[in-house]
Design a protein around this ligand. Structure first.
Ligand code: FMN
Length: 200
């Protein structure tokens, strides 16, 4: 499985979370190509042909970004607007992304309690729905998104532990079927609990 990591961070050098995770993924040897898009396009002038050509070469595409205003950094939005064109990503001949995996990796500054889903709060998966719908429209497999709360206050060891888990699962082919993957994990956890309780 050929994996592409596209990192959208306005200042990756000064980032703690995304920089660490990108480095960990790069060093794992599991990522065929890893890019810092803000570095490549400081003027926001995206080379659409180049981006489409690169996308077509990979099976699993990671979009890695910090959560900004309950959404994505502006270059990432522009990249989606420019690159996912009619008859490339959607439309009668737009099948170039069909069957590829879309993996979101997101650092979330807010604490989990502010994303509880209760009353005035919503949840991160709900806020990521536009990207899930984008995956649906382009016939990509939307993988279970990976995100870490409290990113600004997190200690280095917490950031690294998240990155380590990310590395472990990033090339798992079973993730391509997100619903089955959820069921499998749920059943595994249930079975472990039954065993611990001596009920198995
Ligand atoms: C312009 C801006 C908007 C932000 N908006 C949000 C937000 O809506 N929700 C949130 O939880 N964190 C928000 N944050 C915090 C970032 O998510 C956090 O700083 C980032 O994930 C940390 O990752 P890094 O160490 O890679 O920079 C925002 C930060 C900035 C600079």
């Amino acid at each position: 499985m050929k994996i592409l990591n596209l990192v959208f961070h306005p200042n990756l050098e000064n980032s703690r979370n995304n920089k660490t995770w990108k480095t960990q993924l790069d060093e794992s040897g599991k990522i065929a190509m890893s890019r810092d898009l803000y570095k490549e396009y400081p003027d926001f002038n995206i080379d659409v042909e180049k981006e489409q050509e690169i996308l077509s070469q990979y099976d699993r595409i990671i979009l890695q970004f910090p959560f900004y205003w309950y959404s994505m950094p502006p270059l990432m939005k522009k990249w989606l607007d420019d690159v996912l064109t009619y008859n490339f990503a959607y439309g009668p001949e737009g099948t170039k992304l069909k069957g590829k995996d879309l993996q979101l990796v997101v650092s979330v500054g807010g604490r989990q309690v502010f994303y509880s889903g209760f009353d005035i709060f919503t949840t991160v998966p709900d806020l990521l729905r536009p990207l899930q719908l984008t995956a649906n429209l382009t016939q990509m497999n939307y993988l279970q998104p990976e995100y870490m709360f409290n990113a600004d206050a997190a200690e280095e060891k917490t950031i690294e532990a998240f990155g380590k888990q990310l590395v472990a699962k990033i090339d798992d082919p079973k993730r391509s079927d997100a619903r089955q993957y959820l069921y499998d994990n749920m059943n595994r956890e249930l079975n472990e609990t039954y065993e611990e309780l001596g009920l198995a």
